[in-house]
Ligand binder design. Structure first.
Ligand code: ADP
Length: 262
C-alpha cells in the first residue's frame, strides 16, 4: 500500500497483468499530468497526476466536494483543464477533443438525453451520431440489457430516476467505447439494477474497456477496480492496487487521509 506524499506523485502505475493479459502491456489509456481546474480563480483540482493502463479500472473515492465530478468532466472533455495535460486513448483533451469524444462513454449527473424524445428515439439518435453499425439491432439489444424494451415509446421526461439512469447507461455503452467514465453510476438504482450495471461494466472490462469510476461506496470500488485512489481537496492523497487492499485497510486509509468516515 502506498501513501502519496504529495500531489506531484502519481498513484502506483498498474504494473501487473490486467484482465486483458498481454493487451495490458499497451499504452496508458488515461494519462493525467499536473492537472489543475479552477472555477473563477478558485482551484478545485490541484496538480493531479494519475494513469490508468489500457483495460484496467480505476475507482476514485472521496468526500463530497473533493473534485470527483470535476475530474470526470475534465477527462470527458465537458470541462477544459486550467493547466496540465490530459490524454485519453492517446489523444489530448484540449487539442483533440472530438477524437477523445468518439472513444469514450460517459455516465454522469447530466443524462445527455432529450426529454421530449422517446427512449427509442434517443438511442437511435446517439447510435446514428456514433455511426453504430445496424443501429436498430444495437438499440434493441441495449434496451433489453437495461430492461427498458417496454418503454421504447415512452417520453424520456416520463421516466423514473432509476429508469433515466439505466437509459443513460445504455447511451454510454451504445457505441462500445474504449474508455468509460462513470460518475457515481449507482445513483438512483436499486440493488438489482446496481448489480446489472456492475455486470455490464465487468463485461466491458473483460473486452478490454478502460474504466474510471467514482463512488462513495468503498466495497463497490474494491469490487470493480484494479486500482483505488482517494481524492481529497482536489489532490490524490492515497492510491493502491486492489490486491494490496481490503475493505478495512481502505476504510482506515480513507479516514486517515480525508479525516472523514466512509
Ligand atoms: P465531488 O464530485 O467530489 O462532490 P465536485 O467536483 O462536484 O466534487 O465539486 C468540487 C468543488 O468544485 C465544489 O466545491 C463545487 O462547489 C465546485 N464546483 C464544481 N463545479 C463548479 C462550477 N461549475 N462552478 C463553480 N464551482 C464549481
Amino acid at each position: 500500500m502506498k501513501k502519496l506524499e504529495s500531489a506531484a506523485k502519481p498513484p502506483e502505475p498498474a504494473e501487473v497483468t490486467s484482465r486483458q493479459g498481454a493487451a495490458a502491456l499497451g499504452p496508458w489509456d488515461i494519462e493525467v499530468k499536473g492537472l489543475w481546474k479552477s472555477f473563477g480563480g478558485a482551484p478545485v483540482l490541484r496538480g493531479l497526476d494519475l494513469r490508468v493502463r489500457a483495460g484496467e479500472c480505476l475507482a476514485i473515492v472521496g468526500p463530497n466536494g473533493s473534485g470527483k465530478t470535476t475530474l470526470i468532466k475534465t477527462l470527458a472533455t465537458l470541462l477544459r483543464p486550467s493547466a496540465g495535460t490530459v490524454r485519453v486513448g492517446g489523444f489530448d483533451v484540449r487539442a483533440e477533443a472530438s477524437e477523445v469524444r468518439r472513444q469514450i462513454g460517459v455516465l454522469c449527473h447530466q443524462s445527455f438525453l432529450y426529454s421530449d424524445l422517446t427512449v427509442g428515439e434517443n438511442l437511435q439518435f446517439y447510435a446514428r451520431m456514433y455511426g453504430v453499425a445496424d443501429p436498430g439491432q444495437r438499440v434493441g439489444e441495449m434496451l433489453r440489457l437495461v430492461g427498458l424494451e417496454e418503454r421504447v415509446a415512452t417520453l424520456v421526461r416520463a421516466l423514473s430516476r432509476g429508469m433515466l439512469q439505466r437509459l443513460a447507461l445504455a447511451r454510454a455503452l451504445l457505441h462500445e467505447p474504449a474508455v468509460l467514465f462513470l460518475d457515481e453510476p449507482d445513483t438512483g438504482l436499486d440493488q438489482r439494477w446496481a448489480g446489472v450495471l456492475r455486470d455490464l461494466v465487468v463485461r466491458r472490462a473483460a473486452q478490454g474497456c478502460t474504466t474510471l469510476l467514482t463512488t462513495h461506496n468503498l466495497e463497490r470500488s474494491l469490487d470493480l477496480a484494479d486500482q483505488v485512489a482517494v481524492l481529497n481537496g482536489g489532490r490524490i492523497v492515497f492510491a493502491a492496487r486492489r490486491d494490496e487492499l481490503d475493505v478495512g485497510s481502505l476504510r482506515e486509509a480513507y479516514h486517515r487521509y480525508t479525516g472523514a468516515a466512509a
